[in-house]
Design a protein around this ligand. Structure first.
Ligand SMILES: C[S@@+](CC[C@H](N)C(=O)[O-])C[C@H]1O[C@@H](n2cnc3c(N)ncnc32)[C@H](O)[C@@H]1O
Length: 470
């Protein structure tokens, strides 16, 4: 039988089995945003479900209205490791709660979900029929029923070792779906304006949840690119704006990213994307600007900063500057002068980003940003830090055998003082190491090819010599 804490109901949260390392951080952020106590009964890190005790359905609806990792949520009626345990537990539930069944003529359906094992429709119907003892009085209705009941069998995570019988059985009443449909709605495939580094919608939405974007929040992306993060923030009611050093990008004049597209359409822009999604009223604007130079009024206060700074791999990490000593721009050159650029190292970018956030975020405001690194060198003390910002979440997305990027969430907890400007960190330069390693791998490949060619030539010469001798 399910034990329940006083006045709390038990719910089953079923997650998409994707971006698993982001799940806990996203859910903690959402719980914190709605001031909900996270009292989970079971929260296995790798399994696609959590069992959570919550005060009522309204709370579930709040969570589901935001969670992108969440597929759906059930009011959990019964659970069992064996099939018999589940049925016994469900029978006991229906006796204990007979009042919810008696006289309830609402239409219903039962759906079957199986994780890591496929069943035919016939097999599923058989499973549904095993619940015929439930005192359900209403008619069965497959399309839009009043009540949806759900039976789930969980066969573990390893598709190469699927057990005969499930590890867990669950039965409950469907309460709400998470926000997975937003991933389709904001898909890059159908978005008007995209670029090489556009952030995919699922991760952008997770970032918006990490940033706890609420209706009316003012949100900045200082490395805005094609504005994917603005779209996600505005989806949750944020008023969004951004800056980018790349004039051509902000004016939609870079080379098209889609192979099928030869030239950019005239009206490709972040504004057009916002129009496409009906978010124009939440879009403030974008400005061509170099983040390394102060641009904003000192008293600008932001609710959140969401950004994906350039790592220097697929886009240049540049800032305005020159290596010349005492450069002079003549009067007559002033209006047409295009400033030269110099490298903007990753260390400096994150140093500037954290200092800027400490200065311009409101108290409790959040900075959510990506940070690239070499996996074997990762330690938490290598991450950028600032005395006014607390690191509240840190999730990893693996990119290759060697590299990954981490989604870092910082919360501002105090205003900076003059001597707070320095950042304690000990970074290895990701970009330098990335290209050095790539060069090494290429050299290795070239060496291997040369050795292979030499070996073939030797063989050929030997066999030639042998045949002439014969
Ligand atoms: C990884 S991309 C951001 C992609 C963006 N999230 C999107 O969805 O399209 C990084 C952006 O930073 C911009 N950038 C590079 N150096 C900059 C600088 N000094 N100031 C402002 N933006 C800069 C690049 O032009 C690029 O568009």
């Amino acid at each position: 039988m399910l034990k329940m804490t006083n006045q709390l109901k038990r719910y089953l949260f079923w997650f998409a089995h994707e971006h698993v390392d982001f799940r806990l951080a996203e859910m903690e952020s959402i719980f914190d945003m709605f001031n909900i106590n996270l009292s989970t009964v079971t929260r296995p890190k790798e399994h696609p479900y959590w069992i959570v005790d919550l005060p009522d359905e309204n709370v579930v609806h709040k969570i589901a209205s935001r969670a992108v990792s969440l597929r759906f949520c059930l009011e959990l009626w019964a659970q069992g490791k064996k099939k018999e345990d589940l049925h016994n537990s469900l029978k006991a539930y229906s006796v204990r709660n007979s009042d919810i069944f008696i006289g309830d003529r609402r239409s219903f359906k039962i759906v079957v979900e199986t994780f890591c094992k496929h069943f035919s429709q016939c097999e599923k119907v058989e499973k549904i029929e095993s619940f015929s003892y439930l005192p359900l009085e209403g008619p069965v209705k497959l399309k839009n029923p009043d009540v949806t009941l759900c039976y789930i069998e969980y066969y573990g995570l390893n598709p190469n070792e699927i057990p005969e019988e499930p590890y867990e059985h669950f039965f409950g009443k469907w309460i709400a779906d998470g926000q997975r449909e937003l991933i389709q709605k904001l898909s890059l495939k159908t978005r008007k304006f995209i670029g090489n580094t556009s952030m995919d919608p699922q991760l952008s939405l997770i970032m918006a949840n990490q940033a706890q974007i609420r209706n009316g929040d003012v949100v900045l992306d200082p490395f805005v690119g094609t504005g994917s993060l603005l779209v996600a923030a505005s989806q949750f009611g944020g008023y969004t704006f951004g800056t980018d050093i790349d004039f051509l990008m902000l004016h939609g004049r870079t080379r098209p990213t889609r192979i099928s597209q030869k030239t950019r359409e005239k009206d490709e822009s972040i504004a057009a994307n916002m129009r496409q999604y009906g978010m124009s009223s939440h879009y403030l604007d974008v400005v061509v600007a170099d983040f390394s130079y102060p641009l904003w009024r000192v008293d600008l206060r932001l609710d959140a900063i969401m950004t994906d700074p350039p790592y220097g791999i697929r886009e240049a990490t540049e800032r305005i500057g020159t290596m010349k000593i005492n450069p002079v721009i003549e009067e007559h050159q002033a209006t047409s002068h295009i400033p030269s650029k110099i490298d903007y190292g990753l260390n400096q970018i994150y140093k500037d980003l954290l200092c800027f956030s400490a200065r311009h975020l409101k108290l409790d405001g959040r900075l959510v940003c990506w940070y690239p690194l070499f996996r074997d060198q990762y330690t938490e003390d290598q991450l950028p830090a600032h005395p006014c910002l607390e690191l509240v979440a840190n999730s990893e997305q693996v990119l290759s055998n060697y590299t990954s990027r981490r989604l870092l969430t910082y919360k501002k907890f105090r205003e900076p003082e003059t001597n707070d400007e320095s950042i304690i960190m000990n970074l290895t330069d990701f970009r330098e190491k990335y290209f050095a390693l790539r060069e090494e791998t290429r050299k290795d490949k070239r060496m291997k090819k040369a050795t292979e060619r030499a070996r073939r030539r030797e063989n050929w010469e030997r066999s030639n010599k042998e045949s002439t001798e014969r």
